[in-house]
Design a binder for this molecule. Sequence first.
Ligand code: BES
Ligand code: MN
Ligand code: ZN
Length: 500
Amino acid sequence: MGMAAASVKALKSDLSKVKDNALLIGFFKDNAILEGELKKLDKEYNGVIGSFIKSGNFKGEKGEVKNIYADKSIKNIVLVGLGEKEKYNLDVMSNTIADVSKRLRDNSTESFSVCLESFKNSKFNDEELAEKIALSALMGLYKFSEYKTKDKDKIKHIKQITLIINSNERFDNQTAYASIVAEAVNKTRDLVNTPPNIATPEYVANYAREIAKKSNLKCTVFDEKQIEKMKMGCFMGVAQGSINKPRLVVLEYKGAGKNQKPIAIVGKGITFDSGGLNVKPYPYILNMKDDKGGAVAAMHVIEACSKLKLPLNLIVVAPLAENMIDAASYRPDDVLTAYNKMTVEIRNTDAEGRLVLADALSYAAEQKPELIIDIATLTGASLIVLGYAGTPFLCTDDRLRKKLKEASEKSLEKLWELPLWQEYEESLKSDVADVKHIGDDGEAGVITGAMFLKNFVNDIAWAHIDIGTTVWSKVDKGILTKGATGANVRLMVEMLREWK
Ligand code: BES
Ligand code: MN
Ligand code: ZN
């Protein structure tokens, strides 16, 4: 799909020797001082930067971007405001770089350089900075234009991004890592954005096969007959109302010895969630193609880990189905028998995610992994908890919790933990079956969803991440582009990269 992404490289050079369409220089608020390298650059350009700042045209406010058309080796000198020094961090840097990248692209710029030194801060090191500049630009520049047929040739692209550095440090690892992760994020966005009439369970399963072939993964796909034979009753219940038959995808990556237990990632893969018989009213039914976001993220995480040759074993389990309305649909009041033999009373067919996950989690648990992480667009209630800023997660294991929190900080993907207190079990008690899949009153929706899933992980260390809100962006701002966000890809690769 998509167009070739910009390539990123680091280059040791004097600022005054740079040749490019644009050079980005960051300044803190009321601190636009030209010294050292910048002073030399200004001199080379006959003082245009100094006089621009002196005239009060640029203050260094956060989000402020001023272009000086220099028309020499550097065509445009771009002054980028970073705001107050105390408030500056990698988050601010990341969204600033992404916004400027979009702007340059929209102005038909095909390449730009970034003065690394000017975006520095004592809160992070050069390696982190280089990696995050590259990743942020590549994410911010994402666009989904697969289904546009007009003016294809007018679509604008940045082809080259150069990080200008003044030391002998090499940043090849950082730029390579950023390119692989950005590609995983953007391919996740592409597939999640692909419309539900195209991206059916079968289509996504075939996509997984392609990934496996290219990236040296083992891929097993179970079709509806096999899923039925395996007695995955919860998964089948959800799937039975659609003509687009379900698939269970299992991807395996072996980067460590045979005896090392794998880490399992389970991803919810509902290719379209109509709500089933409890149909979603307009406008809530819109964008429900994003309900496969967990599965698609997991697939690209394992691909990225393979490309990075990480020294660990991974297994991805992705139940793919469509939740539709039909004479054959499952109903409220149905009792389904899960893969682990538990009986589940159905109360609302729109709580389908936890049902497909129940069987996928049991399947993952059977593979005896070291731990299981599931990624799922499970609830609308996640919006109530944290809004669009972050993603709620729940966890049964201290070590895993710590790893997730560390990865969250490092990857800039914000996670926040919610509790799995016993009190919440109460609401899942059923009069007719072993459990209900939802509580009756909708209280603590994110938590009760997780409480239900906990029944299927066999006491294996487990975390549930609810990307119900963060899978999708309504805005085109910073690293975000309208539509799928590629949620949790950066986070997961970061966690696995540091895994020991
Ligand atoms: N896929 C939805 C959750 C969702 C809603 C994700 C909006 C993104 C945006 C999930 O299957 C669902 O419908 N959940 C219900 C659960 C309820 C019936 C207990 C919800 O959150 O309303
Ligand atoms: Mn639903
Ligand atoms: Zn759903």
